[in-house]
Each structure stands twice: as C-alpha cells, then as structure tokens.
Design a protein around this ligand. Structure first.
Ligand code: SGN
Ligand code: CA
Length: 527
C-alpha cells in the first residue's frame, strides 16, 4: 500500500482504488438557468442537535450557528439515511441510499469515485468546486477543482493533510481553525471569481476524542450539565440496545484515558496507546496549555477516585465538557466564514448550509456515539441561510434526509436532477411551499457490524408518529415505538397486544420504502 493510501485509511487494508479520472457522464444533465447561485456547505462530524442552541438551549450557546437559523431556516425534522461518517457522506454527495452508492460502512467499503456526484454535475455546469477537511471515503475526491483533505479521521493537533498534488503535509495548529483558514484562503485567493462556486467545508470536530483548542481548555470547567432522564437505562425489551458498546459507564466503551484524558502511567487501558499518540501531537506550548487545566483534574481523580454510579456521573460531566469545548471552536469558525461572506457581499447569492454527518448521544440511554435509528443519532442538525429571492424564514417541519442535499444543490444551480438520484430537492420548501405529495415517512439502513461500539445491523421506517425497526444478521429483533407517547424510545411496543394494526401499517410502509428505494435486503427478509 502506498503512503498516501495508508494515510487515507489509517493504514488499514483496503480494496484497490478505482481509477481517479472523472469519467464523462453520458447522461450529464443540461444547465437550465443563467443565474447560478453559490453554495457553502459546512458539515461537522458527530455534532448533535442537543449541543446547538438553535435546537436545544439546555447545554450550551452556539451563537454563530444560531445566526444561520435566525437569518434563514431551521429544519425541525432532518435525518440521515445511515448514521455513520463515510456512509453519510456518500449518501450526501450522491443523493442515494447506501445500497445504491455502495458505501455501506466505514470498515469494509470504499467509495467508487467514478460514480456521479453533485460536485461533478456542478463542475460540468461551470462551477468551481472545492472540498476542504474530513473526507473519509477511502478513495480520493473527484469532481473538485480544488481539494485538501485529512487522512482518515484526521488529527486535532498538527493535523496531516493530503493535497491534490499528492503530497501529505503537516500543518501547525488546531484543525478546526486550519480548515477554516484554508477555506477562506480558497474563497479569497484561489478560486476563479468569474465562476459560481460550491465549497464544502468538512470539519473533524466534534469527533472523538474531543480535544479542545488551547484557548478553550478551561471553558465549561465550572459548569454542571444536567443528566438526561434515561441515563441509567436498563434496556428492558431492547436486546440490541443492551448489546451496544457505547456506554459512558463502561470502562471498555468509554476509556478513562483515551476519551477522558485521565493519563496515568501505571494504568493500562484499551486505548491508552492511541491517546499517547494524540497527546504527543501537541507541541510544548499546546501541551502546557492542556496540562495547566487537565493535570489538576487528573491528580484529583486518581487521589479520590469515584466509583459505581458516581464514576458514571463523573465521566458524563467530563465528556460533556470536552465535547462542548470542541463545539465552541467550531461555532467561532463558522462565524468567521459567515463574516467573510457578509463582508464580501456574497450572502445575497449564496446558499449557506450547516449540518452534521449524523447526530450523537449526549448520555441518553447512558450512551455516547451514534449508529442507531433512535432519534438522537438518526436526526442531524440542518440550518440554512438563503440567497436573495428565497423569502422563507423560520422552521421547516417537513421530513428531510441527507439524500436530499444533492438534488437541492443541482436545482439551485439550474442543473437538471438525474432520475436515479433518490433524494428530493428541498427547493420548494425553501420557497415556502408545502407540497401535498411530500414524503410522509423515512427509510433508514445501518450496516456496520461487527465493529467498534457493536450496534447490530438494522433497517426501519419512521413516520410522523411511529417507528418500526428490524435488527438482523446475528439477531432477529423488531422494535416499535410510539414517538408521541414515548419520545425517548424506552418502551418497545412490538408484539404487545393492541399494536397489531399499527405494526401491520408500519410494515407496509417499510415494504413500500424498500421497494421505492430498491433495497436488495427486502429479498433476504421479505415482508
Ligand atoms: C472511530 C471512533 C469511533 C467512531 C467511529 C466512526 N473511534 O472508530 O468512536 O464510532 O470512528 O465514527 S476513534 O478511536 O477513532 O475515535 S465516524 O464518525 O467516522 O463514522
Ligand atoms: Ca460522524
């Protein structure tokens, strides 16, 4: 394996790369307007709506992200198709579910980069296209005028970058700031200003292991976060939930050294070595800033170690603090991009999108991480600042999914939407319309098992009230939730007397969705 690929994959064995050249698409849609708009698409990693004050005011303030929502629109029912980074990115960029774009999971998939994607369509329509930051699709980006990506998950400190020319370089500093610097530099100095542009700013933040920037090491240290009511969930009636390895309380799942930074030379934990490498990416000034805040916490922790429930509560507080610190840097950096666009007079003809590759658990069910079709990780934040001519403001309540972004961008650019894209253009919603035939349910399919965090494979359907999930592969378990009565999905109704009719109705919806999206799994588990 060459060095460049090793970096992209973190050294893991992968399938051979598909040819890098963008193949001409025979069915390249034609441009249908002369007034194309710019697109700035900002996507974070693992940023959940609970930690964004436009959605949830319990935990922290995100004034810059909220600016997007306040000046534009907030989607209140925004979902992903597969709650994991690579798959989510593949759905987003192709406008297709995982079984169609081929990137089903981070472990065994690679993205066939010869397939059509929205950046390719935009580039062919005369756009300048760029992606900067986390890519995670194993094959290299295609369809971009410019790209600079981080290998694999990326590094918070002194991050490595892979450049278009093929070099891997290390940049000094904190990744969230650097991705923004590079993005602003491309906007200001590198693009062809005669052309419309689509810039994808892809952050690693807020991904594990939540390393704060030096200026925010002690932020939130005085704050106590309220624990979610179902933190001490007993997973009754939900064996797949019980089997998941995402528990904050578990020493195996949430590592006291790797995740919570409680370095101890005498303690050996599963991920201690990995933490050591992460810590050592900091230079001496960065380490000094980190040590100043974390060393007293480490000392206190090992001097008076909490146990049992107290330890779980302590871990929750540490997790929330670190996560919130990383969000804060992200929020600042989104503010820098908004300020630049504003100063340059670009907001009038630019769509600004902020979203995440999926949601995340902030202690709900006792968890961190994502993967499940339960609300916290199935949902993803989605706010947009709209260009002139789109007067819509406030909330959009229709059900939308990340397969909808690609057709939306094409329509905004005046490019015909290819028939095989499975998402729906959001443009009618952005214009304030409420189409009668808008989707009334959503399809979801998660594949990555066995893997870290051990969430069983599952697929399901959600409508405005109920959710039906089937966990399959080495388990055969159905779950049914009434989201109106049980918004935290604690009470699995499947098989309970009185739910026969609802179950039948939801199974019909599941079948219809599997047929509509042509998921081959329907032949393995016929309904
Ligand atoms: C890594 C993380 C996991 C995370 C997956 C997927 N471990 O394996 O905690 O669930 O990525 O995340 S880490 O030690 O590398 O941080 S994803 O967002 O990329 O899908
Ligand atoms: Ca992610």
């Amino acid at each position: 394996m060459n060095e460049r690929l090793k970096l992209l994959t973190g050294g893991a064995a992968i399938l051979p790369l598909a040819p890098l050249a963008v193949q001409a698409q025979e069915t390249q849609p034609e441009k249908t307007t002369d007034k194309p708009l710019n697109i700035v698409y900002i996507m974070t990693d693992d940023h959940t709506a609970q930690m964004m004050s436009a959605y949830d005011t319990r935990y922290m303030e995100t004034p810059n992200l909220d600016r997007i929502a306040n000046d534009g629109v907030r989607f209140t029912n925004s979902y992903v198709a597969n709650s994991l980074s690579g798959p989510s990115r593949a759905c987003m960029i192709t406008g297709k579910h995982s079984h169609k774009n081929g990137f089903t999971d981070n472990e065994n998939s690679y993205f066939d980069n010869t397939q059509p994607t929205f950046p390719k369509y935009l580039q062919n329509a005369g756009y300048e296209t760029a992606v900067i930051g986390k890519w995670h699709l194993e094959s290299l980006p295609t369809g971009f005028t410019h790209w600079e990506i981080v290998p694999g998950q990326g590094d918070y400190y002194q991050p490595r970058f892979i450049q278009m020319a093929g070099d891997t370089i290390i940049r000094k500093g904190y990744l969230t700031n650097i991705i923004t610097d590079l993005s602003l530099d491309w906007l200001e100095n590198q693009r062809d200003k005669e052309k419309p542009f689509a810039l994808l700013i892809h952050h690693k933040a807020i991904h594990r292991n939540w390393m704060p920037d030096t200026i925010y090491m002690d932020l939130y240290e005085d704050k106590t976060f309220d624990m979610p009511e179902n933190f001490f969930d007993n997973y009754e009636g939900r064996p797949a939930a019980e089997a998941a390895e995402m528990r904050i309380s578990s020493p195996h799942d949430m590592d006291i050294i790797y995740d919570l930074k409680m370095w101890n030379p005498d303690l050996n934990t599963r991920l201690k070595g990995a933490y050591h490498s992460i810590y050592n990416r900091m230079d001496s000034a960065q380490k000094a800033s980190f040590d100043r805040v974390y060393n007293p916490i480490i000392e206190e922790f090992y001097a008076n170690p909490p146990e049992g429930e107290e330890l779980a509560k302590w871990k929750y507080q540490r997790y929330m603090k670190d996560y919130a610190k990383v969000v804060k840097s992200l929020d600042d950096n989104v503010g820098r991009v908004l300020d630049y666009l504003d100063e340059q007079g670009l907001l009038d003809n630019t769509l600004v999108v902020y979203t995440s590759d999926q949601g995340f658990y902030m202690g709900e069910h006792g968890w961190f991480d994502k993967r499940f079709m339960y609300e916290e990780s199935f949902r993803t934040p989605l706010v947009m600042m709209l260009p002139e001519g789109f007067d819509r403001k406030g909330d959009i309540d229709e059900m939308v999914q990340n397969i909808d972004y690609a057709p939306t961008f094409l329509e905004l650019a005046g490019v015909e939407i290819p028939e095989d894209m499975q998402g729906e253009s959001l443009v009618p919603l952005l214009k304030g319309e409420h189409p009668d035939d808008w989707r009334t349910d959503l399809y979801y399919h998660f594949y990555e098992y066995p893997a870290e965090h051990a969430v069983k494979r599952h697929y399901g359907v959600r409508d405005d009230r109920y959710k039906l999930i089937h966990f399959y592969n080495d388990i055969d378990v159905w779950e049914l939730y009434d989201l109106q009565e049980d918004p935290h999905e604690m009470n699995n109704l499947y098989g309970k007397p009185g739910t026969e009719e609802i179950t039948e109705r939801m199974k019909k919806k599941l079948k219809d969705n599997q047929e509509k999206y042509d998921d081959p799994l329907r032949f393995t588990y016929p309904l």
